[in-house]
Design a protein around this ligand. Structure first.
Ligand code: PLP
Length: 436
């Protein structure tokens, strides 16, 4: 499969180039030249396959012969080695748990697949790949654990000092090996600005082979289609065939992947774009005006994005027919008070604890089901992170019901290693040049 830039649809690059460049020079995003439909037989029989089997079939459908089948199989079976169950909470309300990977967030799907694809494409004797990643919490952990021990790669994580949760910080700073963590005295935006400047710095780029692990990378998006197919497979097993997905959204990679799955033939009645107060997309879906704005801080901080970077991909998928997009995607947004209310409601009704991002997706699904009476359609809301990653959000009575997974309990026995830096570029650059 070849890829074009959303800013120049006649451009063509290989999958390898799309993965290593992350972003085209023209600042568009890479998209596959065509999105082949899977055959009906596969879709109708999804319930007879496992998650890695589905993943392999879907990836082959999209990538063609970019990676030979045996190698692709090795990559997928190594990357997607945890499960993604749907759990029934009430009639037609299911939660898709995407937090069973090593970092306890759905970003493990993208990060683990991308790291293995990059490692696969790195040829013998090639210069070490230096991955720079700025994180507000979840991305850094997934990327660190995705690349941990992957030969010929090194990851440098930049995170805002004092602004990630304790568990997130431990996930970023206790890895060792080829992972190092920089604690920046600033905000997430400062971290991102440092990374961006590094990519344009001549001296750094001569010395190092820098790449980004941000969600703009197409290799992070593709594996996120897998769990939509797998969720549908689980519904088929329950004798259900009509589905709406509610997706808690920030940069819109997750929803973009869902739409990619739909383009490949997954029968989805509707997607719900669920956001916090950063409601650029829900606003667009109701008013038709796309007006990015500065982000505001919320309880669901992994979705604090005012100008979602993957929106250009979604717009590109529907460029021939924006009305089709509006008929397929409905937006809902909720403020922090509503988010807390939803966390309580989910706990009271089902004795189940959701993280603040997931709570927003649940509330959006419930509101949608009330607004549009579709009794024969199953609603699946995506749970993007384990609630234990956000301990400060919950009152004690709910917090005490959160089961702490083994990955987290063992973190507390490890020692934090990080380097504290200011937010000035010169200090960051000096650190990179000195610590070869
Ligand atoms: C990253 C993240 C999101 C937002 O996903 P996008 O693909 O950027 O829309 C939602 N919830 C959690 C927990 C996240 O870490």
């Amino acid at each position: 499969m070849k890829f074009y830039s959303t800013n120049n649809t006649s451009s063509r690059v290989s999958f390898k180039d799309a993965v290593f460049n992350s972003m085209p020079q023209d600042k568009g995003l890479y998209m596959p030249v065509n999105i082949p439909r899977l055959d009906d037989k596969f879709i109708n029989n999804l319930d007879s396959y496992t998650l890695p089997e589905i993943a392999l079939h879907v990836a082959q459908n999209l990538l063609g012969d970019d990676i030979p089948a045996d190698d692709l199989k090795t990559i997928i079976y190594d990357a997607i080695n945890f499960y993604a169950p749907i759990v029934k909470l009430e009639e037609n309300v299911y939660v898709l748990e995407l937090f069973h990977g090593p970092s306890l967030a759905f970003k493990d799907f993208g990060a683990r697949f991308m790291s293995r694809v990059m490692s696969y494409f790195l040829e013998e004797g090639e210069k070490q790949l230096d991955v720079l990643v700025a994180t507000s919490g979840d991305t850094g952990g997934a990327v660190a654990l995705g690349f941990l021990g992957v030969p010929n790669t090194r990851v440098t994580i930049l995170y805002p000092k004092g602004k990630v949760s304790d568990i997130q910080e431990l996930q970023l700073t206790t890895n060792g090996q080829n992972i190092r963590a920089l604690e920046i005295d600033g905000t997430f935006d400062d971290c991102q600005a440092l990374v961006k400047q590094a990519f344009t710095d001549k001296e750094l780029n001569e010395k190092y082979r820098l790449t980004s692990a941000n969600s703009i990378n197409i290799a992070r998006l593709i594996p996120q289609t897998f769990y939509y197919f797998n969720a549908y497979a689980q519904l088929l097993k329950l004798g259900k065939g009509k589905v709406v997905f509610s997706v808690p959204s920030g940069n819109f990679g997750n929803l973009g992947a869902g739409l990619l799955a739909w383009k490949m033939g997954l029968p989805v009645e509707r997607f719900i774009a669920a956001t916090n107060a950063n409601d650029t997309v829900p606003q667009f879906l109701t008013t038709g005006v796309y007006q990015p704005k500065p982000s505001v801080a919320t309880l669901s901080n992994a979705m604090d994005v005012g100008n979602p970077s993957n929106w250009v991909r979604i717009a590109d998928l529907f460029k021939e027919d924006m009305n089709q997009l509006k008929n397929l995607v409905t937006g809902y947004s909720f403020d922090d008070a509503e988010t807390l209310k939803a966390i309580h409601a989910v706990f009271d009704r089902y004795n189940y604890v959701v993280c603040p991002h997931t709570a927003i997706a649940w509330q959006a699904l419930k509101d949608y089901q009330q607004d549009v009476h579709v009794d024969d359609t199953a609603g699946i809301f995506l749970s993007t992170a384990h609630p234990c990653k956000f301990p400060d959000v919950f009152p004690d009575e709910i917090a005490s019901h959160i089961e702490i997974p083994e990955q987290v309990r063992s973190l507390h026995t490890k020692t934090k290693h990080s380097v504290e830096l200011g937010k000035d570029f010169e200090g960051f650059k000096k650190y990179l040049l000195k610590n070869n």
